[in-house]
Structure formats: structure tokens, C-alpha cells
Design a protein around this ligand. Structure first.
Ligand SMILES: [Fe+2]
Length: 287
């Protein structure tokens, strides 16, 4: 009992400190720069606003217009060609192949583009940390498990994930799918039911069938798109998953949090040895 009270007091203190930090940093938020054209500045503003209102904004690499995109795509393509479906999980589940590519310059330079950092800081409301990048191949599976279940990420109170499709993604490739945050406003009945089901699952995730009982399928938003589609999302506030696929999908995942995230231990996966790191594999081959 004493432990529970101590934890609640700690959580309350931490929440108050977070609110105070947000207030303090408000005047230091980077100004969204005027682009060469009005539509460029509008684009960045639209992304920030959509993250707040809906939790997701879908755009393209072309519209982002970043100088480092060509190098990023060249390197991503060469890394992808070296990835194989090596690991079969239990019960015939095909686990995703994930490579941590944060240390490779082409990925870190793109992820550190000022425009992206500004969007992340304006949305998160605090100085931000670019945590890193996963290059990921997801394979066909018949049943929902892992990130195929509806879930929320837990690294921080607010975060930004930028997903770039490296291959065309139609329904059969399992597009990213989400529930707009406007449909599950905080402490609404739907929010409480979702929270309860997630809690009951041990925060692993809930199935399509379970979610249908709370949110009608007509409110689920799927994000198919050609290679080069870019999805900005806050995976902490937005219920999301990858849909069941019959053909594989390749994508990059860039992750941003506040520079002191709530759960720093969950952020190490973006730069440590949790997943394969191509630069280490290369060194091992050379030895
Ligand atoms: Fe997720």
C-alpha cells in the first residue's frame, strides 16, 4: 500500500514538473520558417496542427523537399537488398526484420534535418532528441500479433514517429492504420474502454475484433500510398497498428521524443544492439 502511494506521489510530481517545463519552453519554441513558397510554410504548420488534432499527417518525400532525401533513398535501397527473412517466430509467425541504422550518416543526417526537428519540437513542446532510425521489413502473416495488434507506444508522453514507405503499400502490403485522436478524446467512454482493454492485454495490444466493439470500422483510417509516402504520427497518443498483409512491406521509422523522455529505457533500442546493426555486421565481416 505504501508503495502504491509513493508511486502515485512520484507520478503526480513528475506530471507537474512536465506541465511546468511545457509552459517554460513555450516562448522558446522554434518558429516555423517561412518557406520559399507560402505552401512550404503552410505544409509544416499543417503537420504540427494535424498531429495535435488527429495524431497523423500523411505527405510525401517530394513535398517535404529535403536536400538529403536522395542520399537517404540510395542508402536505404542498398541496406534493404542485404536484409532477408531469417527469423521465423513461434507458431509460424514471421517476425519483422529490423535493422538499427542510426549510426549510418545518410539516415542520421536526414533525421536531423532542421525542418523535421522544428516540427517535432513544436509538437512535443520541449527540446527534442532524435532517438534514431529502424529500417524494417514486415512479412505476410495470417494472424494478429506484436505490432499487428492495435497499441500505443510508450517511450514518452508525446513523441513523433516519421514512417517512410520504401515500397508501394496497398491493402495487401499491410498499411499503417490508426484511429484519429479526435475519435477517442481523453477520458471519453471510448477512451476508457480502449485503455481498459489495453491494460487487460498487459499493454501488448488488442485485436480488430476487440476494437470493433468500441470504434466502428468506418472510423479506422488506413494509410496506403506509393513508395515515398511519409506518415508523421504520435504513436503514444494515437491508437495504431500495421494491418495483416499477404505481401511484404519495407519502411523506415524515425523516432523523436523530448530530450528527457519519460521512459528512456525504451529508447535505447534505436541505437543499441537490440536489433541488427549493419555497420557492426560489416566490421565483423572485415575481421
Ligand atoms: Fe507502434
Amino acid at each position: 500500500m505504501l508503495n502504491i502511494i509513493q508511486n502515485k506521489v512520484f507520478e503526480l510530481k513528475s506530471e507537474l514538473a512536465y506541465r511546468a517545463a511545457l509552459k517554460k519552453h513555450e516562448k522558446n519554441l522554434p518558429v516555423i520558417k517561412e518557406g520559399d513558397t507560402p505552401s512550404e510554410s503552410l505544409h509544416e504548420r499543417l503537420i504540427c496542427d494535424a498531429l495535435k488534432k488527429e495524431g497523423v499527417y500523411v505527405t510525401t518525400l517530394e513535398k517535404l523537399g529535403l536536400d538529403s532525401t536522395a542520399n537517404l533513398l540510395y542508402k536505404a535501397s542498398s541496406q534493404l537488398s542485404r536484409m532477408e527473412a531469417r527469423n521465423k517466430g513461434r507458431l509460424g509467425r514471421k517476425l519483422p526484420e529490423i535493422h538499427t541504422v542510426t549510426d549510418l550518416t545518410e539516415f542520421s543526417v536526414w533525421g536531423s534535418e532542421e525542418k523535421l526537428l522544428n516540427i517535432a519540437e513544436n509538437y512535443i513542446g520541449l527540446p527534442v532528441a532524435f532517438q534514431g532510425v529502424h529500417l524494417r521489413k514486415d512479412f505476410d502473416n495470417k494472424n494478429q500479433f506484436g505490432t499487428l495488434l492495435w497499441h500505443k507506444d510508450s517511450e514518452d508522453r508525446r513523441m513523433v514517429k516519421i514512417i517512410i514507405y520504401l515500397t508501394d503499400v496497398e491493402e495487401k502490403h499491410g498499411p499503417f492504420e490508426y484511429i484519429p485522436v479526435s475519435k477517442t478524446s481523453l477520458y471519453s467512454w471510448d477512451y476508457c474502454q480502449i485503455y481498459y482493454k489495453l491494460w487487460k492485454s498487459g499493454h501488448v495490444g488488442i485485436s480488430d475484433a476487440q476494437l470493433k466493439e468500441i470504434i466502428p470500422k468506418s472510423d479506422w483510417k488506413s494509410c496506403p500510398g506509393p513508395a515515398g509516402t511519409v506518415i508523421f504520427t504520435d504513436p503514444k497518443t494515437t491508437l495504431h497498428h500495421g494491418t495483416i498483409r499477404t505481401e511484404e512491406r519495407a519502411a523506415l521509422f524515425f523516432v523523436y521524443t523530448a530530450n528527457r523522455p519519460k521512459r528512456p529505457e525504451l529508447c535505447t533500442q534505436y541505437w543499441d544492439d537490440t536489433f541488427a546493426r549493419p555497420e557492426l555486421m560489416q566490421t565483423a565481416i572485415q575481421k
